[in-house]
Each structure stands twice: as C-alpha cells, then as structure tokens.
Design a binder for this molecule. Structure first.
Ligand code: SF4
Length: 499
C-alpha cells in the first residue's frame, strides 16, 4: 500500500473547493450513479492507502442546515446491502474542532434529485442526508479506509432549485473547503498499528455493584428511582441509567419524601444519612465496601483522639463523605506541599487515611513526608488505595512503556481515570482522557504505530471496544492484551435489593 489519499468529488465546483494537498489524487467523478460506477472501477487501480468521497448533499433530517457536514456512518442504496463506514466519529470530531457543525449518520445514495416531500418520507428511516454518488463510489475503497464527507446545500425543507440555494451553495462550498483540513488530519492518521490493551481495566467490583443496585431498584420498585450524585463517575453509565428511569440529584431536598434514593458508590457523610432519615426516604446504600472501610477507620482513629490526615482531593465526593465522619479531627492533605505545612495540636496522636482512587506513587510521597514530620503517625491496617486502582495503574504502566500514545477511557470527573493518564505520562507516553471515540483527536494518532488503551474503574469496557473499532477504521490493527494480574473480587449486594 502506498501513501496518499484518493478523493472523489463528483462535480467541478466540489473538486475546485478542495485545496491542493500533497499526496491527494482528486478525481472528478461526475454526477449520478452511472458515472460514479465508472469512476469507482477506475479508482480500484489508483494506488492510495485510503479513499474519501466529498461533495454536497441534500438534508433529510430537519436538524441539518446549509453548510452542515454529514459524515456517513453507513451508505445505503436501493437493492444493495448497506455499506458501513466505521470510524466516522473520529472525522466528525476533527470537523467540530474546526468549528464546523458535523453530524454522523446514514447517507442514502439515490438515482435522481429528490424534492423536500420525498426526502421528508425518508426521515423515519433514520437517513440523515441524500446524494447521488457516494454508495457507488465507496466500491473503490475495496478494503481501504474510507471517509464520506458531504456538506448540506439544501436543507430538508428546501428545493435544490430554490433561488436561495445559490447563497446556501456558496456557504456549503466554504464549509467543504474548511472540512478538507479535517480530512487531511484524518488521512495523516491512516496506517496499520498495534493496539495494546491494558488488563485489568474498566469496571471494578464496587462500580459493578453500584450499577446493579440501581438496576435492581428500578426493576423491583419501578421508576423513578432517585440517585444522589452520579452513581459512578461516568457520563455513559449515568445517561444509560437515566434512560431507564433513574433520576440523578445533587442533594436530598430534590427527592420527594418517602421516595427511594440510592447513595452513590463514593459514599456519604453521617449528616446525609440523618437528612435522609428525617425525610423518611427509602435509602439503598451503594457505597463501595472499600470506601465504607475507610469511613470505619476514620471513626476508629477519631475515637482514639487522633488528628487524622486524609490524603485526597478537596471537593471529591468520597473525600467529603469520609471527612463528614469526623469533621473536627480530619485534615485534608492534597499533596506533598500541604503535607510539609500542615500543623496539628498533638503530634503524638496522629494517623492518616487516603482516598481510594489516588496515584499510588504520589500518595506514598505524601505519606513519607507526613511520617518524616510525625514519627508516631499511624496508618490503616491495609492500604486505602483500593485493589482496582492499584491494578489499573500497574496495567497502564505496562502498556505505556511500549506505546506511542495511551488513550484512557473515562470521564473528567473520574479521579481514578485521571490518575491513569498521569501514570501513563510518567512512563513517557503521550496520554489522553477520552469519554469515547468522539473525543479522540486524530492528530494524536499521526505516526503512532502503537496505541495503548485502558479504561478507568467507572468506564464500561464496551467503550474500549468501540475505540478499537474506530482505530481499525484507520487501518489494520493488531490487538494484544497485556495482563498484569487477574481480578476476582465480588461484593455482596445490600439487603434492600437482595431477592
Ligand atoms: Fe470501590 Fe475501588 Fe471501585 Fe472505588 S475504585 S468503587 S473503592 S473498588
């Protein structure tokens, strides 16, 4: 396979809108299916490592405006099976970063121009836009990575021959020109690569249990089931449970009296438990047992009269919950600097606890400073940083050593996912946190022949597999799983949902 991109642009104006770029072979294929078939047959012989179809299209979805870009996720034509175009989310993300309105969805290629009424009839079939060439031109890809990028010239309610289309056309061609920059970024990321999957990754036992608790509460009690705070720190998990009837609230005063409320995996302070009792709420506690262990330690040290250093991040829900167990005794210490400065009344009665999702190495540095200043410092019997956090940091380190880029699936709110990014960076890899494939900047993948993938303890593994598929749309991928340990931890469900 050689370098370069074969670009089909059906009309002269469409081809002219594309700036000349090194390595691009732009072929004006002509309008309509018959010419597209001929151009595709010729395209098979053009040496290029990827194929793109660019041009204008007619909008079907009422959301589309003139100048919007549609990246085909699938090409349809009458009498033939749909042609999937995987990885279009990466191209759409590159377009959005350039300020363009980009959409991903099916494009239907038709034999003749369609008016608004005909296009309206297609809306229920999930079609985003129509054109007259893409599904036939796609045959030229023949296994090579394919991108289909069409810019809306006539919105769903407009006829192509409407006089206002002239203005819309000029706007659409400007969009097409701008969109070509994103296409260039996409084509520079094309190439075979190795994908190193860190294992363990993704859901831990505490997250699985918390999600199952909400699912069981919905099944047993019916919707709505209220959940205080995000059940786990992941946008996809929260959105999925919301669709099924969970209602996420920030505080208990948003929950109707006597309704069912689930406490999140991060735990709550005793004050929140009392407030729930006062409101006669039906409480189901999804606090991870390993967080409950830290709460118990806080109570134990506080009962002994200790000042407790809680190593963790101010404002994180878990830290707020633990702090609430003994607010007068606990001092939050966020880093080495704070450990060097913190002052306490009695250095002889002093202990420490930590948030469960911290970076192991950094936390050890903070504890070392505290121990140096307070030699009688007591700690928990077993590490507070949980097994899942430790294991995921070990496994990401193993892939980061050999990867050019590491992608960590997780949400910005997820502490353990953010720590995975930091750990990978400390190993010298470029590392990024992404909620899903739509967050990936294709520019990160340029010259990246080995990509490490992992997911935080709150991120579904399905998202990792979607990322692998998106990378596979940029060229052949060889997937290798790097397992540093195996996990078998399981937690018992709370009595309230046990059947
Ligand atoms: Fe529990 Fe650790 Fe998972 Fe947090 S990351 S829910 S502490 S197992």
């Amino acid at each position: 396979m050689t370098d370069g991109l074969l670009v089909f642009a059906p009309l002269r104006v469409e081809a002219a809108a594309l700036p000349k770029r090194p390595g691009w072979t732009i072929v004006r294929s002509g309008m309509g299916p018959a010419r597209a078939r001929i151009a595709a047959a010729r395209g098979l012989a053009v040496e290029a490592r990827a194929v793109a179809v660019v041009g204008l299209c007619g909008g079907v979805s009422p959301e589309l405006r003139a100048g919007d870009v549609v990246c085909a996720s699938e090409l349809r034509r009458e009498g033939a099976a749909p042609i999937p175009v995987p990885g279009s989310a990466l191209l759409a993300a590159a377009l959005k970063r350039r300020g363009l309105r980009a959409h991903v969805g099916p494009i239907l290629s038709v034999e003749r121009i369609m008016g608004p009424a005909q296009r309206h009839a297609l809306e229920n079939e999930g079609v985003l836009a129509v054109d007259m060439e893409s599904a036939w031109l796609a045959d030229a890809a023949d296994g090579r990575p394919l991108a289909v990028l069409r810019v809306v010239i006539d919105a769903a309610d407009r006829n192509l021959f409407d006089p206002r289309t002239l203005v819309a056309g000029a706007h659409a061609l400007r969009s097409l020109r701008r969109a070509s920059g994103a296409l260039a970024e996409w084509s520079e990321a094309i190439g075979p690569r190795q994908v190193l999957l860190a294992s363990p990754r993704s859901f831990c036992a505490g997250v699985e249990r918390a999600i199952e608790i909400v699912e069981l509460a919905l099944a047993q009690r019916g919707a709505p089931v209220y959940v205080r705070k995000q059940i786990v720190h992941n946008e996809h998990v929260v959105a999925d449970l919301e669709r099924r009837g969970a209602v996420f609230v920030e505080e208990l005063d948003e929950v109707p009296e006597e309704a069912t409320v689930v406490f999140s995996a991060h735990g709550v302070s005793p004050a929140v438990r009392s407030a729930a009792q006062e409101r006669r709420l039906d409480v189901i506690d999804a606090t991870c047992p390993l967080v409950s262990k830290v709460h118990a330690e806080a109570r134990h040290f506080a009962d002994d009269g200790d000042t407790i250093f809680l190593v963790g991040h101010v404002g994180h829900e878990e830290v707020e919950g633990t702090h609430g167990e003994a607010p007068d005794a606990i001092r939050i210490v966020q880093d080495v600097h704070e450990a060097e400065l913190v002052d306490i009344p009695n250095p002889e009665r002093v202990s420490f606890l930590t948030q469960t999702t911290l970076a192991v190495d950094e936390t050890n540095e903070v504890v070392d400073v505290l121990r140096g200043r307070f030699p009688l410092l007591r700690g928990p019997k077993t590490d507070d940083i949980c097994y899942a956090t430790t294991n995921r940091q070990q496994s990401v380190r193993a892939v980061a050593e050999q990867a050019d880029v590491v992608l960590v699936v997780g949400s910005q709110t997820s502490s353990n996912s953010l720590r995975l990014v930091e750990v990978a960076r400390r190993e010298g890899a470029r590392a990024y946190l992404v909620d899903d494939e739509a967050d990936v900047d294709v520019a990160w993948l340029r010259n990246a022949s080995a990509v490490g993938l992992t997911a935080g303890a709150s991120a579904p593994d399905e998202l990792v597999h979607r990322l692998v598929a998106a990378l596979g749309a940029l060229g052949a991928v060889e997937v290798e799983e790097r397992t540093t340990t195996t996990e078998s931890v399981q937690f018992r469900l709370p009595r309230e949902v046990r059947q």
